[in-house]
Design a protein. Structure first.
Length: 194
């Protein structure tokens, strides 16, 4: 089955390909092979944003589309940055700017508990949708550490580890990540539906 990845983010594309590579029945396509329009994330939740992207891109291309929305939720900040994770510091913020704002807001805060959340939606051209969620619990460091990954990986230590995702590297991250958990569930749902 051909499946178009509904993202233009190179980091997410690499992660999704790595996670789904064990499924020979899927031929993963990207925006490089099948160009599609940018979809603004205007929803109020990860699920709304993922669904919006999957629907628009599937309608535009006529292909099954796997889209997801994910972000960081920090307990002491009432769940922020949440759906605004990529735009936390500003609309076109870099990863470094978003991390700097997050660490500024957490200065002197003892509770550093946080979670990464992903909601993935697989949309078929006939309108059928499969939805799944994944979470990764952890805490925020006081300073960035590590060279791997993207986004908030340098400041997020997963529960049960002492290193950030950026220190653990892609092999470990892709085994434990929120994105992996959501994508594995989508694959389970896909197999159950066939």
């Amino acid at each position: 089955m051909e499946l178009l990845l509904g993202t233009k983010n190179p980091g997410k594309i690499a992660e999704i390909k790595e996670i789904l590579q064990a499924l020979p029945e899927l031929r993963l396509l990207t925006c490089e092979e099948i160009p599609f329009s940018e979809v603004a994330e205007r929803g109020g939740s990860f699920a709304e944003n993922a669904r919006l992207k999957a629907r628009r891109i599937s309608q535009e291309t006529g292909l099954p589309v796997l889209a997801e929305d994910s972000g960081l939720e920090v307990e002491a900040l009432g769940g922020q940055p949440g759906v605004r994770s990529a735009r936390f510091a500003s609309e076109r913020a870099s990863d470094e700017e978003n991390i700097a704002k997050l660490l500024r807001l957490l200065e002197g805060v003892a509770n550093r508990r946080a979670r990464f959340r992903t909601v993935a939606v697989l949309r078929f051209p006939n309108g059928r949708e499969l939805t799944a969620e994944g979470q990764l619990e952890g805490e925020i460091t006081v300073a960035p550490r590590g060279e791997f990954g993207f986004g908030y990986d340098p400041v997020f230590i997963p529960r049960g580890f002492s290193q950030t995702l950026a220190e653990l590297g892609p092999e470990v991250k892709n085994k434990i990540s929120h994105r992996r958990r959501a994508l594995e569930r989508v694959v389970e749902l896909l197999r159950e539906a066939q």
